[in-house]
Ligand binder design. Structure first.
Ligand code: MP5
Length: 203
């Protein structure tokens, strides 16, 4: 699968969330990050299940990488949400928006009913999207919560992880047209996720 092409074909979508107007708002007013904390906590809990489902179908050579990646979410990212929710006073027990629910069920659907390569394409797309979004924010605010978050998703380690995902997808056989459809839908879900943070659904 040609990842350069996947990225190139979706520049219109990237342009709408790097930077997203919500991110721009957060730089000026870090308190407006509260709905994101709730939504992304639920997204990450769902992403853990997605990655486990994907791992269960992984070719032998990619199994350990997927398990390590899932473990990283559970042990490194989930604690960030617990910490940030305390700092900003967010109740993580509230229910997520339908944008988050549908994004997660889309990912789980891919992992359980399509060939491994297409789930891997979606995983690459969502991680790449986050790397781009938080790299944009990096250095733009001194607020400790924003520094904490952007230093995680724009770190060198995270960048290397996204590159490993890209290499995995690049090295796999798959139908480029189907991969392009999955990649684009994932990018559009990512955009919907950010858009909904500005909307009434999450409040
Ligand atoms: C990611 C995320 C990155 N946390 N939230 C959204 C909406 N998209 C992508 O994924 P991960 O697995 O948390 O690094």
């Amino acid at each position: 699968v040609d990842t350069e092409r996947l990225i190139g074909e979706n520049r219109d979508v990237w342009a709408r969330f790097v930077p997203h107007p919500y991110m721009v708002k957060v730089v000026g007013d870090p308190g407006s990050l509260r709905p994101w904390v709730l939504e992304d906590y639920h997204f990450v809990r769902g992403a853990i299940r997605f990655m486990l489902a994907l791992a269960s179908r992984a070719p032998e050579g990619h199994l350990d990488f997927l398990l390590e990646s899932t473990h990283r979410l559970a042990t490194m990212e989930v604690p960030i949400f617990l910490e940030v929710s305390r700092d900003l006073g967010v109740d993580l027990g509230r229910e997520p928006s339908m944008a988050t629910v549908s994004y997660v069920s889309f990912l789980n659907h891919l992992a359980t009913s399509m060939d491994f390569v297409y789930g891997a394409v979606a995983l690459f797309a969502e991680e790449w999207a986050y790397y781009q979004a938080w790299k944009w924010l990096s250095g733009k605010s001194q607020h400790p919560v924003l520094v904490r978050l952007s230093s995680h998703w724009s770190s060198r380690e995270f960048c290397e992880y996204v590159e490993r995902l890209r290499e995995m997808v690049e090295g796999m056989q798959g139908d480029q047209k189907t991969a392009a459809g999955v990649f684009r839908e994932t990018c559009r879900f990512e955009l919907l996720f950010w858009d909904s943070l500005n909307g009434p659904d999450t409040h």
